[in-house]
Design a protein around this ligand. Structure first.
Ligand SMILES: [Mg+2]
Length: 210
């Protein structure tokens, strides 16, 4: 019998990680003599591939060098302020109890994503952590399709916090559940423009849908 799986974006969905990401982006830019872009411009770009973020923030910059700096700086500080959201463990445990396989599907690279998941104590609550390792990033469906193939499972919901994720989930044929939290990357109106099947303020209502 095919098992059913639920896919989760990581940053801003399962873990409150934006301040460490924003701080690391700023540190990488300052290291290369560029101005600190401030929180808001970076926040709006979180969830995109690093190259796309730095291209937007520093069109004249050496994007590859900036990304290399970020990949060195971020793992050294990625749990300074990051924590799972208050509802994350409760929801993952409840979904597992219902028989679902649970995957992270993130634009981070797999190694970085697994390190963060482990550092924040979530590894035992997940069946697979799928990063984006050299194939098209969300909104392409590839990262979701790879996670489902690794689990040999049928996808049900994609749970996430940006329009890129919602489009990826829909392209992979999943129902889409967008979480709009305070200080999120995409606000409620932006998320609504992607037409998720559900738009909620926390993960908890997901438990009523499965
Ligand atoms: Mg996210």
């Amino acid at each position: 019998m095919t098992r059913r799986a639920i896919c989760f974006d990581l940053d801003g969905t399962l873990v409150d990680s934006l301040p460490d990401i924003i701080g690391s982006i700023a540190a990488a830019m300052v290291e290369h003599g560029l101005p600190d872009p401030g929180d808001a411009p970076v926040r709006a770009l979180v969830g995109l591939p690093l190259q796309d973020m730095f291209t937007a923030l520093a069109p004249e910059g050496d994007v590859a060098a900036l990304a290399a700096s970020y990949r060195r700086i971020y793992p050294a500080r990625f749990t300074q302020r990051s924590t799972p959201f208050v509802d994350t463990v409760e929801v993952l445990e409840a979904l597992r109890a219902k028989g679902y396989l649970l995957a992270v599907t993130t634009t981070k690279r797999s190694e970085m994503a697994r390190d963060l998941v482990a550092a924040l104590g979530l590894a035992d609550h997940l069946d697979h952590v799928q990063g984006t390792d050299g194939f098209p990033a969300k909104p392409a469906p590839d990262v979701i399709e790879r996670a489902l193939a690794a689990l040999d499972a049928e996808g049900t919901w994609m749970v996430d916090d940006t329009t890129h994720d919602v489009h990826a989930g829909a392209a992979a044929g999943l129902q889409t559940y967008a979480v709009c939290r305070p200080e999120a990357t995409h606000d409620r109106a932006m998320l609504a423009s992607a037409h998720p099947d559900r738009l909620e303020e926390s993960l908890l209502p997901l438990l009523e849908l499965v």
